[in-house]
Each structure stands twice: as C-alpha cells, then as structure tokens.
Write a protein that binds this ligand. Sequence first.
Ligand SMILES: Nc1ncnc2c1ncn2[C@@H]1O[C@H](COP(=O)(O)OP(=O)(O)OP(=O)(O)O)[C@@H](O)[C@H]1O
Length: 250
Amino acid sequence: MSLEVKNMSFSYKYNKILKDVSFVAKKGELLALLGPNGAGKTTLLKCISGLLKPFGEVIFDGRLLNKMSFKEISKIVSYFAQSSGNSGLSVFESILLSRKPHIKNSFSAKDYAIVQSIIKMLNIAHLSLKKLDHISGGEAQKVRIAQLLAQESKILLIDEPLNNLDLKNQIEVMRLLKSLIVQKNLIVIVAMHDLNIAFNYADKLLFLRDGYVIDFCSLEQLDNCVIDKTYGVKMDILNQKGKKICIPYF
Ligand SMILES: Nc1ncnc2c1ncn2[C@@H]1O[C@H](COP(=O)(O)OP(=O)(O)OP(=O)(O)O)[C@@H](O)[C@H]1O
C-alpha cells in the first residue's frame, strides 16, 4: 500500500508555493523531505494532512484523501508540526488529547490503555505527570512522537523532529522512528535539514526547491549534482563503510 501525491499545486493568495509535485511513498519506508528554507516542505506536509486544500490528488489505498473531511483524514494521517502549543497540559493529557479523531463523546478505557502502552513503549512514564513546558527539547520530541502514535494513523508527517536536539537525541529519535515504521508498517515523511542524517535513515529522498521537485530517488540513485541544484551548494558525496556522507565545499 502507498500514498500517492499527484500533480499537487498550492498557492497562498497569488503566491504559488507548490508546483506540480508528484511522488509515491510506500508502507514501511521513511521518506526524507529535503530542501532549503522556504522550499515548500511544511506547505507540502500541510496539504497532505488536509490542513491546506491543494489542487491535485492525494491517494491512499485507492481513496482520495483530499476529498475527505478533516476528521476522516485525521484517522489516516497524523501531522507533527515544527512546534506545538498546549504547554499548560501534562504529558499524559497531551497524548490522550491526540486521540481526538477517534473520540465520540468521551474518552474510553481503550483510549487510556492505548496511551499507557505508547508511554511504556517510548519509555517516557517518568514524564507522564510533568507539564509540557517543564520538559527538555529531546523529551518534548519524544512526547510529540507519542502524540502522533496515539492517533493510530498509518501515515505520519513529521516536520523537523530533530530541531534543538543534540546528536545523541537526533540518533535516538531517528532510530525510534525507523523501528516504529517496521513494527507498525507505517508510511513516514520527515522534513529535515541534515543531509547526513537523511542519508543514514531514509529509504527515499525527495528534494524540493521553490516548490518544484528537483529529484525523487533512493540514496543509491542520488546524483551529486542534485544537491547543488537544490541548495546551490557544491558537495562531495563520499562512500564510507558502506554509507554515504556529504561534505560541503566551505
Ligand atoms: N501562511 C502563509 N501565508 C503566506 N505565505 C506563506 C505562509 N506560510 C508559508 N508561506 C510561504 O510559503 C513558502 C514556503 O514555506 P514553507 O514553510 O512551506 O517552507 P519550508 O520548506 O518548510 O521552509 P523551512 O525549511 O524554513 O521550514 C515560503 O516562501 C513562505 O514564506
């Protein structure tokens, strides 16, 4: 099963941001969404999540997502914004509230059980009663992943989950995402800036510049000139111990 974005375009008023974007993301894969500031990464994620209404099609399992209500889309797609509010809430409450797309009148025993199991899986029980504004940046990213998982959707759209994280926490968050993708057979699209992290963890790379797709490829297919075309920066891509790393010309 897959998520297909077909000929997507989007404008803020008269300013065209996304220009005929097409790609396919498959289950069990992590797709890294790459590109310079202002390329349209967040806009693309918001268009897929139903927060913005683009032209073109978003298709999941043969169903047109962009013709569904926002509540229906929220059962299939979870969007993790660059930063979130709710700072007055406890960690537990914030994760429980993420069950909202599934709630009819009030939270059920099943909702509490799901939240408990996610907290256990992510090893964040010690944070449960803390307020969101009393936890560190690394802890907050894990809590945001817990909020995403509580929605039990098959597609996770994650906007810069590595912001403000030290190297160890960046690796921990990426490993966690990779293991969840495999365990739960998810489709995960992550907007990020660190090419080396993307090269290590992503199955597919989507390069965006000025709202155009510059390339959509696997790491093996990546051509050096794509980096220059996307960022306007020359880089060497080296093979080291079976992995690729890129080094910009400073
Ligand atoms: N609400 C808005 N109204 C008008 N223009 C917007 C709005 N949000 C974003 N833009 C513009 O759309 C363009 C793409 O922004 P977007 O946030 O999608 O880029 P991005 O690739 O996610 O950037 P970054 O890496 O800096 O987060 C930018 O030129 C931005 O100024």
